[in-house]
Design a protein around this ligand. Structure first.
Ligand SMILES: Cc1cc2nc3c(=O)[nH]c(=O)nc-3n(C[C@H](O)[C@H](O)[C@H](O)COP(=O)(O)OP(=O)(O)OC[C@H]3O[C@@H](n4cnc5c(N)ncnc54)[C@H](O)[C@@H]3O)c2cc1C
Length: 536
């Protein structure tokens, strides 16, 4: 990495995830500043990268491309247009995400068969519980009743009725929140184990407020009313048709996984003269009072450390690291930042010849036993896997040999815990044995496997987070520092929120530091961003 060119103003950007790369491209589009992006990883994309393992591609988490923001939808399509054959020009396309939905008129259509495109994909995800598939979102229909058994279904109904008569008051914990809305039985059957697997904390230790903010109120009354009245509704009923159409979820997805978007953005940043340095880890920050003057960066290959002088610093670093690099002397700021909670994540990629046919429920599996789902929530209490991705169904181009099945077995964990510390080879065996245990595969059909660890995948909202305002107030005192993104703001941001925050930071830089508060207003509304009780 050569010495800083100081003939132009320099914005150093820590992190080449969606936030960092959006900031870099927008700076190049809207200013004459030089963005220098420093990225610790070997590739761009952050959590939204695509990992290529021997031609088979992994998406860490399954990234649907959806935004309520027209700016984001347009921005994405400028980078990767929608593929022809998936939509008609000028025809509105309805896409949905986490039970929100919007019309999208493709900006332009790429030729069918082109590679630099986003596909329109249909979503299917189900819950696997008691070795059966349940609809997701959970529906009170014949198949659910059959899978649960009449007695359990009646118990769930009674316990729901009881919860309506005697509510837990005051409602302080997430457990109270769930039970008041769903009844004790339904909560223990479908929500408790999964929520605890995701967050690693008992529901009694998570605040009810968190539930109100993160979890959409599934109306059990509505579900029951729907189930009871459905025999009287005729299929020709237009309203019914509309409901059914809106239940078909579709989303945009880059042909080669989410990282394809960010690799293309990185290419455009470099083509416009921006710098992106991979395997360069930010390890320190120099400042004059509340003005960042330079960033220390270590080349992870050579070990060399150097200083990059800057006029502005856009940080997507975890807030915990940022505050430590800034060397705050305020005891409370240091303590809160140091103790901010995170949840980490691991994905084992398994390549299979075939899967077992027996358990697919009503939805048809492929001849090799591959389920039709994009992902499956694994609710079984006797295994630790949280979710199963079927990458073939996200995009057929994620798989090198289409006759094989390429799965992602997702585990929620804590950095340094027993899962995290397990040797990769052993972990892959363990993950395969879990799928075998719940009857989905025969381990002899596993052809290959790999493991990806994702530290700080989820900035969590409990514990010391309740004092986050102190840290934010401290960071806001810096004139030329812009914390943006998911871990950058310790906020449960999707890609679009990270991009919008980055774009607001660029606007604020252009306006000499004004409108900084706009950055924190993104994704701040008291709205859920979860699917019922489940992580994105
Ligand atoms: C399981 C899961 C599913 C998800 N599903 C969706 C979805 O369907 N749709 C959606 O839009 N979003 C989804 N998201 C969210 C999405 O992944 C994030 O919003 C997005 O990647 C955040 O971008 P970012 O740039 O803010 O942060 P990140 O992606 O975290 O990027 C930060 C970058 O900073 C780098 N970095 C960290 N420390 C240093 C350092 N010291 N020096 C240099 N570089 C450093 C990291 O290596 C990383 O590349 C999901 C997330 C998860 C975990």
């Amino acid at each position: 990495m050569a010495d800083n060119d100081r003939s132009r103003k320099v914005a150093v950007i820590a992190g080449a995830g969606p936030a960092g790369l959006t900031a870099a491209l927008e700076l190049l589009r809207r200013t004459d500043m030089l963005p220098i992006v420093l990225e610790a990883d070997t590739q761009v994309g952050g959590i939204s990268k695509t990992v290529d393992y021997r031609g088979n591609r992994m998406d860490l988490g399954g990234h649907r491309f959806f935004s309520k923001s027209d700016w984001v939808m347009k921005w994405w399509q400028e980078i990767l247009p929608v593929a022809g054959g998936h939509a008609d020009a000028n025809d509105a396309l309805r896409i949905t995400y986490q039970q929100q939905s919007r019309e999208l008129i493709p900006e332009c259509l790429a030729p069918a068969g082109a590679d630099a495109v986003m596909l329109v994909r249909q979503r299917l995800s189900r819950i696997f519980y008691r070795r059966h598939y349940f609809d997701y979102p959970l529906k009170l229909n014949a198949s659910t009743l059959k899978n649960l058994g009449l007695i359990d279904a009646l118990r769930i109904g009674l316990s729901y009725g009881q919860a309506q008569l005697i509510t837990r008051s005051p409602e302080t914990t997430l457990e109270d929140f769930f039970i008041n809305r769903f009844g004790d039985r339904l909560y223990r059957t479908f929500f408790k184990d999964y929520t605890e697997k995701v967050w690693g904390v008992p529901c009694e230790e998570i605040s009810a407020e968190w539930g109100a903010q993160r979890i959409k109120g599934l109306s059990v009354t509505k579900a029951i009313a729907h189930a009871l009245t459905s025999p009287f509704r005729r299929l020709s009923d237009t309203a019914q048709k509309q409901t059914e159409t809106s239940l078909i979820e579709r989303f945009l997805y880059p042909k080669f996984g989410p990282g394809q978007m960010w690799e293309e953005v990185a290419r455009q940043v470099a083509a416009r003269g921006g710098q992106i340095h991979l395997r360069h880890r930010v390890i320190g920050i120099e400042r004059n009072g509340f003005d960042v003057s330079a960033v220390s960066v270590r080349d992870e290959v050579t070990g060399a450390v150097r200083k990059v002088v800057c006029d502005h610093f856009i940080s997507t670093l975890p807030v915990k690291d940022l505050v430590s690099f800034l060397g705050s002397t305020d005891e409370k700021v240091r303590r809160v930042a140091e103790r901010l909670p995170y949840r980490d994540f691991m994905t084992a990629g398994l390549l299979l010849r075939k899967m077992k046919q027996t358990t697919h429920g009503a939805k048809a599996a492929r001849a090799n036993g591959m389920p039709p789902d994009n992902w499956i929530y694994i609710q079984e209490p006797d295994v630790r896997i949280g979710r199963l991705q079927v990458f073939n169904n996200w995009s057929p181009s994620m798989v090198a040999d289409p006759s094989t099945i390429w799965l992602g077995l997702e585990y929620f964990c804590g950095e340094g815990d027993d899962l995290w510390s397990m040797d990769s080879g052993r972990f892959i065996d363990f993950a395969a044995s879990e799928l075998e245990k719940i009857g989905m595969i025969d381990r002899r059909d596993v052809l290959d496997g790999t493991l990806v660890r994702v530290p700080k995948a989820y900035p969590a909202y409990f514990g010391e987070y309740s004092h986050f305002g102190t840290v934010r107030a401290y960071l806001e005192q810096f004139s030329n520092l812009y914390p943006v993104g998911r871990n950058g703001m310790h906020r449960y941001n999707n890609q679009d929120h990270s991009m919008l925050a980055a774009n607001s930071a660029v606007t604020s830089i252009i306006n000499c530091g004004r409108d900084k508060s706009a950055i924190w207003n993104i994704n701040a509304e008291e709205e859920y961003h979860e699917e019922v009780g489940r992580a994105a």
